[in-house]
Design a protein around this ligand. Structure first.
Ligand SMILES: *Cc1c(COP(=O)(O)O)cnc(C)c1O
Length: 381
């Protein structure tokens, strides 16, 4: 079945006990046993497994096309990433993008470095730099595409080749694209990570994460370690979190269609505006990532970054004047968001000072364009 259909039906059927079409939220932490100490049903204790988490994991596994036990969910995207690094061993080496999600970089340098995990950050759009970063102990290459905040596009097939030649695994942070727009396993990735906080849940109301892996690529022991980190490490999503996330996924296909339609319209408006220096959107034919994006993405997503002529002050002026866009970090919700990325990242940030990152929501695109047009107008004269 097509992916839009799997998003609507994956992981759950009407409840056998009541006929409820929408699954009940099973808040219980523990499950009863009979007189002989045998379980009444198939669950033991909520941290170990529970019906809402199982439904969400089956649905996500279905969307990324891995066996049902190949998805492990967590209480945040960062907990999911932690599970992947933790399944490596002290003394192993990771190659990650120089423009990787800020939290992922911080996790490697401030948490896992203390544990003996080595890491190198490289320009993932330059295959020779990636190959040169390899060491004898390199176990994992991590890619994130399109990247944050300049929407650089990494050739997943190309990096998969480098990783496999080195006897290492390739993990892909697929948060921005979602399984609707990009299927990393079909491009050679061995592990896929999602922050389900973003498009998958889709309503800016639940934090969560997932790791997907194929046992035939990572091995049974690696997959078992991911599961062990979930059940014993305990960074789990609550049953309600899982229920909300699955509820969001039901409308993923139609939401992504609108996010993409709207982002295309906004990017085209911005690219021709005199106050704009550069628009970063892989859907634009002029974008440096467009050619590769066309070979690995269905469409180009809902994120657009724009560099305003005049740098920091000009960008902050636009930020101040928008009325419809909400000034906030994060992405993937129904509402459009705008942020001055360098301010969010702090003084160490390498992001251009004139860059604004837009999460294009589900509003009418004409209203979004009118809002940006009015905010840019004082700069255009
Ligand atoms: C938000 C995000 C994360 C982190 O996920 P949380 O759910 O906030 O922990 C990781 N990678 C990318 C690309 C993200 O956008």
């Amino acid at each position: 079945m097509q992916i839009a259909t799997r998003a609507v039906h994956g992981g759950a059927a009407p409840d056998a006990a009541t006929g409820a079409v929408t699954p009940p939220i099973q808040l219980t932490t523990t499950y009863a046993r009979d007189e002989d100490a045998q379980l009444v049903g198939e669950f033991i204790y909520a941290r170990t497994d529970n019906p809402n988490r199982r439904a969400l994991e089956r649905c996500l596994a279905d969307l990324e096309d891995v066996p049902a036990d190949g998805c492990v969910t967590f209480g945040s995207g960062m907990a999911a990433t932690t599970a992947v690094f933790h399944a490596l061993a002290p003394g192993d080496h990771v190659v990650a993008p120089a423009d990787v999600y800020y939290g992922t970089a911080k996790l490697l340098t401030a948490v896992f470095a203390r544990w003996g995990l080595e890491s190198t950050f490289v320009d993932m759009t330059d295959p020779s730099a990636v190959a040169a970063a390899r060491r004898p102990n390199t176990r994992l290459f991590w890619v994130e595409t399109p990247s944050n905040p300049t929407l650089a596009v990494t050739d997943i097939r190309g990096i998969a080749e480098v990783a496999h030649e080195a006897g290492a695994l390739l993990a892909c942070d697929n948060t921005w694209a979602t399984p609707l727009l990009q299927r990393p396993f079909t491009l050679g990735a061995d592990i896929v990570m999602h922050s389900t906080t973003k498009y998958l849940s889709g309503h800016s109301d639940v934090t969560g994460g997932a790791v997907l892996a194929r046992a035939d690529r990572v091995g049974d022991a690696f997959l078992a370690q991911l599961r062990l980190y979930q059940t014993q490490g305990g960074a789990i999503p609550s049953p309600f979190d899982c229920w909300l996330t699955l509820r969001g996924i039901r409308s993923l296909a139609c939401r992504m269609r609108t996010h993409c339609d709207n982002a295309e319209r906004v990017a085209e408006f911005l690219v021709s505006h005199p106050a704009v220096e550069t628009v970063h959107y892989p859907g634009l034919v002029s974008d440096p990532g467009h050619a590769i994006a066309e070979t690995q993405m269905e469409r180009f997503g809902g994120m657009v970054s724009v560099q305003i002529r005049g740098g920091r002050d000009a960008a902050l002026g636009v930020l101040r004047r928008v009325q419809l866009f909400t000034r906030a970090t994060s992405l993937g919700g129904a509402e459009s968001l705008i942020e001055h990325r360098a301010s969010v990242e702090g003084p160490e940030s390498a992001t251009p000072k004139g860059l604004l990152r837009l999460s294009i929501g589900l509003e009418d695109p004409a209203d979004l364009i009118a809002d940006l047009d009015a905010a840019l107008a004082p700069l255009a004269s």
